[in-house]
Ligand binder design. Structure first.
Ligand code: ZN
Ligand code: ZN
Length: 181
């Protein structure tokens, strides 16, 4: 079993010539419970780290699964998610001289720290949130809740008439009556 990790020390890779690579098997849990999304299984896959002129390019596809609520009935639904990673990380310290570098990178998640640690955690967290679909149904014909009494219509119909189910119809019929239409 692959060990859970999001951090790698890339000091050695940074000392190597442009084009040098490292392969790593990744297993990463990066999301607790955020924006109604829970990580169901770790992101698993293989990444390649490539020494570039600027830093380290990380590429790879990681597969995992999240649990989100059905948009209609709020039941938990497991959704498979694939993160396609392609990000260049930049060092903040010169690996040979130890001096701080001027780094032209606005996203702090893409910086290799002064101990030469490359951390995928934040990048994977953002990617996972981005790849999770906004609208998920537990099944294509999920009936959801009655708007009026809150009955879960997947478990049976309620006694509300369709007109009761949507208050906008009440407003409309009142309007029609007021105007004798
Ligand atoms: Zn549902
Ligand atoms: Zn009802």
């Amino acid at each position: 079993m692959i060990e859970e990790r999001t951090q790698w020390n890339v000091a050695q890779l940074l000392k190597e010539p442009i084009g040098a690579t490292r392969n790593f098997d990744v297993r990463a849990t990066v999301l607790q419970d955020e924006a109604g999304i829970q990580q169901r299984t770790p992101l698993i896959g293989r990444i390649v780290m490539l020494r570039t002129s600027e830093g380290v390019l990380v590429e790879g596809n990681l597969d995992g699964a999240v649990v989100v609520e059905c948009s209609r009935c709020l039941r938990p639904v497991t959704v498979p998610v694939t993160v396609a990673l392609e990000e260049e990380f930049k060092p903040t310290v010169d690996v040979l001289r130890g001096a701080y570098l001027h780094v032209d990178e606005e996203d702090a998640a893409l910086l290799i720290d002064e101990h030469h640690i490359l951390d995928l955690g934040e990048v994977l967290r953002q990617a996972l949130l981005l790849e999770t679909p906004m609208q998920v149904l537990c099944r294509p014909d999920c009936a959801g809740f009655c708007q009026s009494c809150g009955q879960d219509l997947n478990e049976g119909s309620c006694d509300c008439t369709p007109a009761d189910a949507d208050p906008r119809w009440d407003q409309l019929s009142a309007l029609l009556q007021d105007n004798n239409l």
